[in-house]
Design a protein around this ligand. Structure first.
Ligand code: PEP
Length: 249
């Protein structure tokens, strides 16, 4: 399956540096990208970054979305607004949102459903924390999160799953290829259980301290169909090295 490498810029980047990063990546993408590439800037920069990457093949995504289309929800961004700005994807259920905003699986399901309704592909994030891994509960936790966060109508065409062990995010503690194989094989089985054959076509991304040095071994793991990249997505050389580790088909 063709890889998807997605950059989650998180709450980083003022106008000048965001545009510089976007135009650097767009220049590289215009010469051809090995796999699919997505950038998820902060919502303040979606419009401007969208203009810079337009025509380069790089896709635009939001880092979160509200479950409703509009209304009295100060500070929130709706999936319809993301689509209106040219986004094709929305990340939902990132562990930082689950932790900092108390987002439960039920909330993540509603957000994913709203993203679908707006025509966006939902990137649903899940992953165990350090204590859960030490207790040997990683598979149990990701299974519960997966089935608890998939809305009705989810399919390979509108849903991407990102396995992001919380202990690996922003820590430099990358999961080993063995850890990743074990969880991704398990998630693939669960996706087939949920969707039948279509479960084979759902992209499964790995995220958690992916960098230029470890991307090729992680992206070579069976059932790893790309990466969700945080810190390294802010460094164009590093991010592009990760893109170049992706598979064309
Ligand atoms: C992320 O935020 O989704 C992430 C994986 O971050 P990092 O690559 O910095 O660990």
């Amino acid at each position: 399956m063709r890889s998807l490498v997605a950059g989650n810029w998180k709450m980083n980047g003022l106008k000048a540096e965001s545009l510089e990063l976007a135009s650097d990546l767009a220049g590289r993408a215009r010469s051809g990208a090995v796999c699919d590439v997505l950038v998820c800037p902060p919502s303040t920069m979606l419009s401007d970054v969208g203009a810079v990457i337009s025509g380069s093949g790089i896709m635009l995504g939001g880092q979160d979305c509200h479950a409703l289309e509009s209304g009295a929800h100060t500070g929130d961004v709706s999936p319809v607004m993301l689509a209106d700005l040219g986004c094709s994807h929305a990340i939902v259920g990132h562990s930082e949102r689950r932790a900092n905003h108390g987002e439960s699986d039920a909330v993540v399901t509603e957000k994913a459903a709203a993203a679908h309704k707006a025509g966006l592909t939902a990137i649903i994030c899940l992953g165990e924390n350090a204590a859960e891994r030490v207790e040997g509960r990683a598979k149990e936790i990701v299974t519960l999160q997966l089935h608890g966060s998939l809305p009705e109508g989810a399919s390979a065409a509108n849903t991407v799953i990102a396995y992001e062990p919380v202990w690996a995010i922003g820590t430099g503690n990358t999961a080993t290829p063995q850890d990743v194989t074990e969880i991704h094989d398990h998630l693939r089985g669960e996706l087939i259980r949920a969707f039948g054959d279509d479960g084979n076509a759902v992209r499964l991304l790995y995220g958690g301290s992916v960098n230029a040095g470890n991307a090729s071994e992680l992206l070579a793991v069976d059932n790893v169909n790309g990466a969700l990249v945080g810190g390294a997505s802010l460094k164009p050389d590093d991010f592009w090295a990760i893109v170049e580790s992706g598979r064309p088909d």
